[in-house]
Structures are given as structure tokens and as C-alpha cells.
Design a binder for this molecule. Structure first.
Ligand code: LLP
Length: 432
């Protein structure tokens, strides 16, 4: 297996730089998410360099949904990132992390009146997903005596090679306004008293392992940008969304680098804006490709069961990592305490949840698995903890951040009282 450069094997143990994963599991307990701040910074610098070297006026809006821990947001804020926020909660977290309102974009296909009011109050630009939403926002801004900056979310009707549940640019998807209806939408926005059309936005899907769909989306966006500039829209930004994939199958997949992405997209962008005579900022919204490979999920083996297959029963399940159950996603598994040894036993890694589908990995070769082993699931930094739940009344596990030779909790583990603290005693039930 080809490991990312921050992961190594020392004395048979898996390490993230100098940090021994078995020692961390002993110190903080399992299950445990472990994130490497230095890797996030490295990933960010790759993007930044790839884009700014080809077009100076860019902004990276980290997709906060991928990993919304404040510590992660603070790292990215300190590097200069803004954020794609998809809820009022994400908006609050991005501001708490020190991001400026103007460096955020409030995305989403179904925003509530309080969501719109918050965006207006804080001065966060809104990606508008329907004409109904446009007029609601106009009214909210009017009541507040403010102007709201907007972009329309374009549905470019592109078929993108990825899992159907994470393809968002299809004509049939719930997201965005059909590309042919976009110029009329901007005309309507220009006629609103409290709306300032400032940008245009799309996001075609996630875990995309080829750069070609991004270049095609950019072509569509540029064509529309030229058209709406002609009707009087002054475009401050063109936001091409996120979606660049990572090589989850570490021995087989090949994911484009940010430089390859930029090389495919930026020339299309530059040519288009030059032809249209406009100078917008180029925005992108990477989530997974910034944070996924920064994180491992450590889990202990509770027991081995030799049945029609060998089940390795571990203490993390789809309560903590739902991607395998939800998208048949693949995450590499390494026995962190025997990392230098060859796999000998074909195993199915099963979680503790009361569901047949609670399988984290099928048919993996592990070295003589036994109770007490520590397994590491790789590439869990995006949509890992962020999609966790308390299903089966399991308190969520802690998250640790590494930086240099330091390791610290960035989220404590939940306790049983975290399960009950939001529950209320009903007046007609006796308390036991
Ligand atoms: N921008 C928008 C508007 C998005 O909806 C998303 C992701 C992104 C940016 C970031 O995409 P990324 O660079 O991370 O691919 N839970 C799924 C992924 C859902 C993606 C949702 N939107 C998974 O675990 O694969």
C-alpha cells in the first residue's frame, strides 16, 4: 500500500510523523479520531500555490461540512481560507474561527427564514438556489435596511463520474437553477431593491477523480458569466465549487493534484474572462481534498469470530464513520500495532452497531488479527466525524489534533450524560 507522506511505519507501529498511533490509542482511548494539522496546512499550500501561480485573484473557501471542528476551521482561517457554509451552524463556527463574513458563502437548497436573516445580519453573501429564495432574501434584507450580495447556484446539467449520491450537477439533482434559466434569474435579481448580484456559483459533485468535468463546468460558468455581464451584472467572483477526489484505494487510485486541477481549469477561466472583458475573483470550495488524508480513525479489536468469514469486531462502527455503509466507500485498514507485518488473514472489519450493514471494511488481509489490536482506518478527515451520530446510544469518541510533536484533544469524548443532557423530563412521567 502506498502511504501518504506523513504516515510511516516505525518499529512495527503506524506513525503520523513522530506520533505513534498505538501510544495515542493507549493515552486517549479508542475509538479515536487523530488529525494532523501539519498535513492540512500542506494540503492548503498545494492548492494556494497551484491557483495563485496561474491566476493571482483567488479565494479558497473550505467546505466546512467536511470537518467542522473549530480547531480545523481555525487552522484554515489562519492560512487565509474562507468557507463554504451550508447552515447557520457552519456560519457561526466559521465566524468563531476568525473568518471574515465576506470570505464566506452561505450555500444550500433549503434555507429557512432565520438562515436568511442571519446571512443578512452578518453580511455573508448567499448562494441563492431558487427564485422563491431570492425574493424572500430581498424582503429580509429590506426589513433589515441592508443589501444582500448573492450568487445564483447554477445547475450545469453535467454527468460526472462519481457515486450517484454525491453527484450534484446532474440536471435531475435538487441543487441549483437550470443553466438556461440563469440569465433570466439575474435579470430578476437586478430588479430587486435589496439584492446585489455579485457572483455566480456551481458545485458539480464530490470525490471526482478526473479534472475534465471541472474544465467542462468552468466552460459553462464562463459562458453564463459573459452573458450576464452583458445585461449589467458586475461579477466580483465566479465560484466553481469543490469536488476534487482523493485516492482512497491507496494502491490503485490516482487522484489529480491541485496543480493538475488548476492546470485544467484556470486556462479555461482566464480565456473566458478575457474574452468577456471581466476580472472576477476565482473561488473554489474544496473540502475532502484539504482534510481527508489528515486523519485516521483508531479502533480497537474487541473480538475475532471465525464464521463463514473472519469477523474482526471493533469498537467503531457506522455511528462514527458512515461512509462505507452509506456509499460503499473504501477506507484502507492498517493494523497499527503490527504495521510492518504482511497481511495473512482475510477479514471483515465489523462495528458494534445493531445493523447488518455496520461493516467498515470487507475482505482485507490483516496480520494474524486478535483482540486488543489497534486498527487504523485511513483518510477519515472528511465526512467522518462530521457525519457521526449517537445511534445505539453510543457517545461519540474524542478527536485529537497533532501539530509538530504536540498532541491535544480538539474534542473531548462524549459521556453518558451527553446522551441524556438534551432530553427533558415529561411532566406526566415519574422520574426514577
Ligand atoms: N461546495 C458545495 C456546495 C458542496 O455541496 C460540497 C460538498 C463541497 C463544496 C465540497 O466538496 P468536496 O471538495 O468535499 O468534494 N458525504 C459525502 C460527500 C458529500 C459532499 C457534499 N457537498 C462523502 O462522504 O463522500
Amino acid at each position: 500500500m502506498i502511504l501518504p507522506s506523513h504516515l510511516t511505519i516505525k518499529d512495527d507501529h503506524l506513525t503520523i510523523r513522530e506520533h505513534d498511533m498505538v501510544a495515542l490509542a493507549d493515552r486517549f482511548g479508542t475509538p479515536l479520531y487523530v488529525t494532523d494539522e501539519d498535513r492540512i496546512a500542506w494540503n492548503y499550500h498545494q492548492y494556494h500555490e497551484a491557483l495563485t501561480s496561474r491566476y493571482p485573484d483567488i479565494r479558497i473557501l473550505y467546505a466546512a461540512k467536511a470537518n467542522g471542528n473549530l480547531a480545523v476551521l481555525r487552522v484554515l482561517a489562519s492560512l487565509g481560507a474562507g468557507a463554504d457554509v451550508f447552515s447557520s451552524g457552519e456560519l457561526h463556527l466559521a465566524l468563531a474561527a476568525g473568518m471574515k463574513p465576506a470570505s464566506l458563502l452561505f450555500n444550500g437548497s433549503s434555507k429557512s427564514p432565520p438562515d436568511l436573516a442571519l446571512a443578512v445580519e452578518k453580511g455573508v453573501p448567499v448562494s441563492v438556489d431558487s427564485l422563491d429564495e431570492l425574493h424572500q432574501l430581498d424582503a429580509v434584507a429590506g426589513v433589515a435596511g441592508k443589501k444582500a450580495e448573492i450568487a445564483f447556484r447554477v445547475n450545469p446539467a453535467l454527468d460526472v463520474p462519481t457515486h450517484p449520491k454525491i453527484a450534484t450537477g446532474l440536471a435531475t439533482s435538487k441543487f441549483g437553477i437550470a443553466h438556461n434559466l440563469i440569465p433570466a434569474a439575474y435579470r430578476e435579481a437586478l430588479a430587486c431593491d435589496h439584492i446585489v448580484p455579485a457572483g455566480i456559483h456551481c458545485h458539480i459533485g464530490s470525490q471526482i477523480l478526473s479534472v475534465e468535468p471541472f474544465a467542462r463546468a468552468c466552460e459553462v460558468m464562463i459562458r453564463i458569466a459573459a452573458e450576464i455581464s452583458d445585461i449589467g451584472v458586475h461579477l466580483k467572483f465566479i465560484d466553481l465549487g469543490g469536488g476534487l477526489g482523493i485516492p482512497y484505494h491507496r494502491s490503485e487510485d490516482r487522484a489529480p493534484t491541485p496543480a493538475e486541477y488548476a492546470e485544467a481549469v484556470v486556462p479555461v477561466f482566464r480565456k473566458g474572462i478575457e474574452a468577456a472583458g471581466i476580472t472576477p475573483s476565482l473561488w473554489v470550495e474544496p473540502g475532502r481534498s484539504l482534510v481527508a488524508d489528515s486523519t485516521v480513525l483508531l479502533t480497537r479489536v474487541n473480538s475475532i469470530k471465525k464464521a463463514h468469514r473472519t469477523f474482526v469486531n471493533v469498537d467503531a462502527g457506522f455511528n462514527l464513520l458512515i461512509r462505507p455503509a452509506m456509499y460503499d466507500a473504501y477506507h484502507e485498514v492498517i493494523a497499527a500495532n503490527k504495521a510492518g507485518r504482511e497481511g495473512t488473514t482475510l477479514c471483515t472489519v465489523a462495528g458494534p452497531i445493531c445493523e447488518t450493514g455496520d461493516i467498515l471494511a470487507f475482505d482485507r488481509l490483516l496480520p494474524d488479527p486478535c483482540a486488543g489490536d489497534t486498527l487504523a482506518l485511513l483518510d477519515c478527515g472528511a465526512y467522518g466525524f462530521a457525519m457521526s451520530s449517537q445511534y445505539n446510544s453510543r457517545p461519540r469518541c474524542p478527536e485529537v489534533m497533532l501539530r509538530g510533536d504536540a498532541a491535544a484533544l480538539m474534542r473531548r469524548g462524549e459521556t453518558i450524560s451527553d446522551l441524556t443532557c438534551t432530553m427533558q423530563n415529561l411532566p406526566w412521567q415519574e422520574r426514577s
